[in-house]
Design a protein around this ligand. Structure first.
Ligand code: MLC
Ligand code: AMP
Length: 496
């Protein structure tokens, strides 16, 4: 029986005694034991009634059982749906209602909060980093083999929610083929092998930490230093023993802020990858000056996995995201028609990496996926004569803070619902650590409403990283003659 993703990433490691990962406490897990743990967890999923195609929602700490659960979900033929651990109950309610999972796995401390938003058809189990949750306990008693559920390339493997410009999150449906084809391209392009040791310091609920990092490690049989949280001291300590780091630009600016980062100290490393947000050319240059390494910048999206990459061998040019990955087509368009090299336009992408559409949103899918298969990214770019791509802006109203996407509309909707608020405009301003940071301009009918009261009313609705860092009380919002709020003026005025 074949299961496209499971066979390629997990099953091949049965009996492989090489180290898969090392944890913060120094303990190691072999590939063979990882695959055995996956089978135990897959049995728990089957016992819980998870059927092929069912969604398994996971909002759990970054630990071994959480990634093993990814493997177990794939082995059981179900669909893995990871959620940011920062989401509040009201955000979770939406995802759980929309995805209608048969099983939700959460941190033991969140059990009551999550159970309250799950209907009778959804079972809740717990998982924590001490392996004492109900899911881990149930798995401990099971044999370490499981009859893999057959799944083909077109079947869904994962559902990842991505916020939308309309304020409603959309579930991006990713098939076995989408994930595997991208992992294969990246592993080959970046020459990842079983001689590599990757420092994993990203969260595992997004494409970057989950698929770009973990799927390539699994495919190549590399070792992973699995950090529970991002921490500069640990990162610095691991550099001499490792070969690859994948991070968001904030990782690199924070590393540069530490004098222990030197050429000698990073001599064992062979590849620093950056993505999820623009890497400033000055960071790229400063990093090369300090370490002798040119950061390899790549570009991707939840809906498409990775789209472009700077070359492994060849020029890695600061401020560019390189070339379309093998098997992936990129075009720059004006209203769907390709423009000439050098002209700015919409970045569109087609290939095995491009998702299957938005979960239960056929009209949204039709708006963003053209009938010829090209996906409209919402990012504006330029392609040089030789195919090298630079991102020059975004058509979508989006703020990227420390690699997390924040859609202003979602925050404006929450602020506008507060009694005494007439309207608001949420926008991003440059931030030295996070790249961009969130501000809110608010117009009040009740002028006694203070910024900290607004924050208090916003807090229960939005994950902390989305909260505006300041509320600016204005008499009116700047508008153009069409009546559209001019966020560019707000950005200019408040950038300092
Ligand atoms: C944390 N905080 C943030 C934040 N991260 N605020 C704004 N933006 C962020 N990115 C806030 C917390 O809410 C908290 O606020 C305070 O900072 C400390 O939290 P922390 O968890 O200790 O922060 P830290 O560990 O320093 O986290 C920073 C970070 C993290 C950069 C390590 O944000 C991170 O791991 N980012 C990576 C995101 C990522 O994986 N993106 C990939 C998306 S996939 P307070 O006020 O309570 O103290 C994608 C596709 C692609 O985009 O191409 O890859
Ligand atoms: P997400 O929806 O979280 O998957 O984020 C995808 C978005 O992140 C893209 O549409 C881009 O706007 C942005 N992004 C990813 N990588 C890069 C990069 N290297 N440079 C600039 N923006 C990037």
């Amino acid at each position: 029986m074949t299961n496209t993703l499971f066979d390629a990433l997990f099953a091949r490691h049965a009996g492989n005694d090489a180290t898969f990962l090392t944890l913060d406490d120094g303990s190691r897990l072999s590939y063979a034991n990882f695959v055995a743990r996956i089978a135990q967890l897959a049995r728990v999923l089957a016992d819980a009634g998870v059927a092929p195609g069912d969604r398994v929602v996971v909002q759990a700490p970054k630990c071994v059982d959480t990634i093993a659960l990814y493997g177990a979900t794939v082995q059981a033929g179900a669909v893995y749906l990871p959620l940011n651990t920062a989401y509040t109950q009201s955000e979770l309610r939406y995802f759980i209602e929309d995805a209608a999972p048969s099983l939700v796995i959460c941190d033991a401390q969140d059990h009551a909060k999550i159970s309250a938003v799950c209907g009778a058809a959804t079972k809740v189990m717990t998982l924590d980093s001490q392996n004492t949750g109900s899911l881990s306990r149930a798995a401990n008693g099971h044999p370490s083999n499981f009859d893999t559920v057959p799944r083909g390339p077109e079947d869904l493997a994962a559902l990842l929610y991505t916020s939308g410009t309309t304020g409603r999150s959309k579930g991006a449906m990713l098939s076995h083929k989408n994930l595997l084809s991208n992992a294969e391209s990246l592993t080959a392009l970046w020459r990842i092998t079983d001689a590599d040791r990757l420092i994993h310091a990203l969260p595992i609920f997004h494409t970057h930490g989950l698929f770009v990092a973990i799927n390539t490690v699994l495919l190549a049989g590399s070792e992973m230093r699995f950090m529970a949280n991002f921490d500069v001291d640990t990162l610095i300590a691991e550099l001499p023993k490792s070969t690859i780091l994948m991070g968001v630009p904030t990782f690199y600016t924070r590393l540069l802020g530490d004098t222990r980062l030197t050429r000698e100290h990073s001599a064992n490393m062979r590849l620093f990858v950056s993505g999820s947000a623009p890497l400033l050319a000055e960071t790229h240059i400063a990093f090369e000056d300090r370490t002798g390494h040119r950061i390899l910048e790549r570009y991707g999206m939840t809906e498409t996995n990775m789209i472009t990459s700077n070359p492994y061998k060849g020029e890695r040019v600061a401020g560019t995201v390189g070339y379309a990955l093998p098997g992936t087509e990129v075009r720059i368009t004006d209203n769907g028609t390709a423009v000439d090299p050098g002209q700015i336009g919409m970045i569109e992408v087609r290939g095995d990496n491009v998702f299957q559409g938005y979960w239960k949103m056929p009209e949204k899918t039709a708006e963003e996926l053209r009938t010829d298969g090209f996906f409209i990214t919402g990012d504006l770019g330029v392609m040089a004569e030789d195919g090298r791509i630079s991102i020059v802006g975004r058509e979508k109203d989006l703020i990227i803070s420390g690699g997390y996407n924040i859609y202003p509309k979602e925050i404006e909707d929450v602020i506008n619902d507060i009694e005494g608020v007439v309207e608001s405009a949420v926008f991003g301003v440059p931030h030295p650590d996070f790249g961009e940071s969130v501000l809110a301009a608010v117009v009040l009918s009740d002028t006694s409403l203070a910024p900290d009261e607004i924050e208090e009313l916003v807090a229960p609705h939005l994950a902390r990283f989305k909260h505006p860092r300041r509320y600016l009380i204005l008499d009116t919002l700047p508008r153009n003659t069409m009546g559209k709020v001019q966020k560019n003026l707000l950005r200019q005025q408040y950038q300092d």
